[in-house]
Write a protein that binds this ligand. Structure first.
Ligand SMILES: NC(=O)c1ccc[n+]([C@@H]2O[C@H](COP(=O)([O-])OP(=O)(O)OC[C@H]3O[C@@H](n4cnc5c(N)ncnc54)[C@H](O)[C@@H]3O)[C@@H](O)[C@H]2O)c1
Length: 424
């Protein structure tokens, strides 16, 4: 079955490579001509484990191609997946400008048997309004909701072994046609109406953001009462109603999804006359968590940051990705800079123009007053801490991911401050 995917970003590339690996012929339409050129030459514009192999196998088998013209990409396609940005608008609402533009562009380029498949995260009710938009444009193409749940850093695995495949459609035949694309995966399927499918995506992200924020705030209580958050979440996660996953305290959530999707859900609820107070509190507590980490660094530097240097390990919003969108690391660094600190950062894959980037972890901490660990890259566990101790000007390590072993750090003469841990 021929499939067009519009948008060759994180979702479009993984979905495109994944569907091609299942034997479908996929054409990716992408407005960024440089990105298309790079992909045609075998390059990959993002860091995502397993993606280079997935794409090179697919292109090698002639099942994946890249196009600067969306119209060319959809020609003869049975499905048109929309993997377009839906960024946060000024008022917190999802900005649907990209989705609208592409629907308008392609409405009359496809036949009536073609199904538009909305992969982008869009507010409940959007697919219904897009169906009306298509009809108003004189198109009889069909449209379904098929939200994406991939995690950056594990996106290829998530495609091949999804927890669930969700499709929201008015016609059962349309939902089945989409589910059938994945028949070789043997994944659990949820078929529902489009608005409920759209809501499942927001519910997942809002729940996960709330869960992380709960653990982060719990770590603050642990710190106050002298408990160890790592033991607490180990015991908590053994309750089968809770489960062990996604309980790691840190500097707050980030990335291209949780921040914008929580804001969008608040706006959706508000427009429907409901004040989602709980989720507003989650966002406020998440902001506070970043300020707390910045405060910890300030204390570690002796109470003030003017003229101080902070060596920061990690810039990406989490390990396994080069994505710095809404990264807590970058947000904390800008709080430190605002207080007069110089921040020198190292990350194995990510970079940002906002900070001075160092070529390796030791260069980042040379002459630093404080080391801040902001992203949980496994590489940081292998750095020789006695070397760190030698090159630093100060002696304090603020581990905002709790990844280092406090005993080993203290053994080389450094002072270890984690989150929610005794002596933190
Ligand atoms: N990144 C994730 O982890 C993730 C996970 C689940 C859902 N989502 C959702 O999926 C959607 C896409 O996210 P992403 O991270 O892949 O975004 P992205 O920014 O990485 O990719 C979007 C791509 O669309 C392209 N594009 C924009 N306008 C276009 C047009 N008119 N024609 C063709 N291409 C165009 C952009 O150039 C970009 O390459 C968003 O709604 C996001 O919320 C993302």
């Amino acid at each position: 079955m021929d499939i067009a995917i519009i948008g060759a970003g994180y979702v479009g590339l993984v979905t495109g490579g994944g569907l091609a690996s299942l034997g479908h012929r996929v054409r990716l339409g992408e407005v960024n001509a440089e990105r298309v050129e790079l992909l045609r030459n075998g390059g990959i514009p993002i860091y995502e484990q397993g993606l280079p192999d997935l794409l090179s196998h697919a292109t090698g088998r002639g099942l994946l191609s890249f196009h600067t013209s969306n119209k060319e990409a959809v020609h003869g396609a049975g499905f048109v997946f929309l993997a377009l940005p839906t960024p946060e608008g000024e008022d917190g609402r999802a900005d649907l400008e990209y989705v609208h533009a592409v629907v308008d562009e392609l409405a009359n380029e496809v036949g009536e048997d073609t199904i538009f498949v909305v992969k982008s995260t869009v507010p409940p009710g959007t697919v219904a309004s897009l169906r009306k938009r298509l009809a108003d444009l004189g198109s009889s193409a069909r449209i379904v909701s098929h939200p994406e749940f991939l995690r950056e850093g594990k996106a290829v695995d998530d495609f091949l072994e999804p927890d669930r495949i969700v499709v929201g459609a008015w016609e059962e035949a349309d939902a089945k046609a989409v589910v059938d694309l994945y028949r070789s995966l043997d994944a659990p399927v949820v078929m529902t109406d489009p608005t409920s499918a759209e809501m499942i995506k927001y519910a997942s992200n809002a729940y996960l953001a709330a869960r992380l924020t709960f653990v982060n705030t719990l770590s603050n209580v642990c710190e106050a009462v002298g408990a160890d958050i790592l033991d607490v979440v180990r015991g908590l996660g053994m309750d089968h109603r809770v489960g062990p996953h996604f309980l790691q305290p840190g500097p707050g959530y980030g990335g291209s999804c949780f921040p914008k999707d929580t804001q969008a859900l608040i706006a959706v609820a508000q427009d429907a006359g409901y004040d989602f107070e709980l989720l507003r509190a989650v966002i406020e507590a998440d902001e506070e968590q970043r300020r707390r980490v910045a405060d910890k660094v300030r204390q570690a530097a002796g109470g003030g940051l003017r003229g101080r240097r902070v060596g920061m390990w990690g810039v990406a919003f989490k390990a396994g990705t080069d994505d710095v969108r809404e990264s807590p690391a970058v947000r904390i660094a800008s709080l430190l800079q605002a207080d007069g600190a110089e921040v020198v950062a190292y990350d194995p894959e990510a970079t940002t123009d906002l900070l001075t980037m160092a070529p390796d972890p030791i260069a980042a901490v040379t002459e630093a007053d404080v080391l801040l660990i902001a992203t949980e890259w496994p590489e940081f566990l292998t750095v020789d801490m006695s070397q760190v101790s030698k090159v630093m000007r100060g002696h304090r390590v603020v581990d905002a991911r709790n990844i280092l072993d406090p005993k080993k750090v203290r053994a080389v003469g450094l002072d270890y401050w984690g989150l929610g841990r005794p002596g933190a």
